[in-house]
Ligand binder design. Structure first.
Ligand code: NDP
Length: 457
């Protein structure tokens, strides 16, 4: 063999591991470099610990709601340290599982930071700061280095933490200011609010979750406010000062009026992420990038014929299952003899706010832009049965976007309990090109919220 490996992967996150294992299944000799823990953002600093904290945040509501069903009131307080330890123990367990999976697949893991020497050669510095180095060569190389949070350039931003840090806070913040109204900002606003922190969310637009369907944005925002989150909108962030009272966050409204919000020595910057491609030695290859995002074609090929890139470092659609799919399509094509590309149409996604939101396909605005007046909207807003005895006025919203010319369902959107679980199923139908008549011909499961999707008139 001319090289040490058939495939060498830089970055053992979701995309890198999926590609490495699939390629190894096809018989390729595969190595993977990782300087941090196995599993990448999703397992260590993202989806997994976040979702566990989402579960933790729901208990106070459940205790309260149970009383409507005859349970006596529950006095319970959160042991923050215990929760954080439990979450991190689970992450550690998953790290071990990843190691086992890679061992079983005969993928060699090199602990260290991978950097291009040339288009076939990678130098892996050991994780403790380059004390030992190993140079490897590979026929094909995959860049799967993910992304990292960015912070806005404002005075005092060094006092702000990011979503990377939240899972390691020693103490629960009593008051927090969250900057940003995207996925991370909204999810952590809901989590921390549910756990009992006083949350102020500062956004520069009029509504959270730009890019989502307008009805969904309005519904979640209002529900988050109803749950006690203070959302300050149309605001520009000016500065963060550390004072004896805590962090003073100065913001400016549209009328040039300044306001100060005091947080409990913590403020979370959730204003987006950027590809983790600095110091990769890309200059030693023909790989090209735009603002750090590696440029690839539909087969995830870079401008260097033997180098590929998948996942957040390509800044296409930054979701774990997308990175996994891109990686598997690549391995199938290059090592499995089954040429295929990832399909980016109708990717379902969820925001784990309280209440949860999930969506697949076109928003109403996107559909109207494409299909004009042919777009027909079906909407249902109701109080789910669960909340009747609980005595709460929580609403669920469901919406279908349909092309009346073809009867095809172009989009399905939901805010409410189990939205992610429900939309995952609906997404199969939308992906298959189901019509509204197909939805109507499907018998509902009664009594559920989900049955509304097949009974909307
Ligand atoms: P997003 O891109 O989703 O949102 C960024 C937010 O920050 C927006 O509200 C944006 O406002 C605001 N913003 C950007 N720049 C500034 C600035 N200079 N000053 C003030 N506000 C600013 O990023 P996130 O960090 O929330 O998440 C990153 C990515 O991670 C997501 O896009 C998603 O792909 C992924 N993710 C997915 C999750 C899931 O699937 N459940 C969960 C968490 C993350 P505006 O809208 O005005 O631009």
């Amino acid at each position: 063999m001319k090289h040490d490996f058939d495939l060498f992967v830089i970055g053992a996150g979701s995309g890198g591991i999926a590609t490495a294992r699939r390629a190894a299944q096809y018989g390729a000799k595969v190595g993977i470099a990782e300087f941090d823990r196995l599993g990448g953002t999703c397992v260590n600093r993202g989806c997994v610990p976040k979702k566990l904290m989402v579960y933790a945040s729901h208990f106070p509501d459940l205790f309260e709601e149970s009383q409507g069903y005859g349970w006596s009131s529950v006095e319970s307080t959160l042991d923050w340290k215990k929760m954080i330890t439990a979450v991190n123990n689970e992450v550690n367990r998953l790290n071990g599982i990843y190691q086992k999976m890679l061992d079983n697949s005969k993928v060699e893991v090199l602990q260290g930071y991978g950097k291009f020497v040339d288009s076939h050669t990678i130098m892996v510095d050991d994780a403790s700061g380059g004390q030992s180095q190993r140079q490897v060569t590979a026929d094909k190389i995959l860049i799967a280095v993910g992304g990292k949070p960015v912070k806005p350039h404002i005075l005092g931003i060094e006092h702000a933490i990011t979503s990377d840090d939240i899972f390691h806070l020693k103490k629960q913040p009593k008051r927090i200011v969250i900057l940003g109204g995207g996925y991370i900002g909204c999810e952590f606003a809901s989590i921390l609010n549910g756990l009992g922190t006083e949350v102020t969310q500062v956004i520069r637009g009029d509504k959270i979750l730009r890019g989502f369907d307008e009805d969904i944005r309005i519904e979640i925002q209002q529900s988050m406010i109803n749950h006690g989150i203070r959302i300050v909108n149309n605001i520009e962030l000016i500065a963060i000062d550390k004072t004896s009272e805590g962090l003073k966050i100065t913001v400016k409204g549209s009328g040039d009026t300044e306001e100060t919000v005091v947080a409990d020595a913590v403020s979370l910057a959730a204003v987006g992420r950027k590809p983790n491609t600095q110091n990769l030695g890309l200059e030693n290859t023909k790989v090209q990038h735009r603002d750090g995002a590696i440029l690839v074609d539909e087969y995830s090929r870079t401008h260097e014929e033997n180098i590929y890139a998948v996942g957040d470092c390509t800044d296409r659609i930054n979701l774990t299952p997308v990175a996994i799919n891109e990686g598997r399509a690549l391995a199938d094509t290059v090592f499995g003899g089954k040429s295929r590309i990832m399909s980016y149409a109708n990717i379902p996604t969820a925001v784990f706010t309280t209440p949860e939101a999930a969506t697949v396909g076109l928003t109403e605005a996107e559909a109207r832009e494409k299909y004009g007046d042919a777009v027909k909207i079906y909407r249902s807003r109701f109080r789910p049965m669960y909340y009747t005895l609980a005595g709460k006025d929580e609403k669920t919203l469901m919406k279908l976007v349909v092309d009346s010319n073809t009867d095809k369902v172009l989009g399905a959107h939901m805010v409410g309990n189990s939205a992610a679980e429900i939309i995952q199923g609906v997404a199969i139908a939308v992906k298959m090109g189901a019509t509204k008549a197909d939805f109507d011909a499907t018998v509902g499961i009664h009594p559920t919220s989900a049955e509304e999707f097949v009974t909307m008139r």
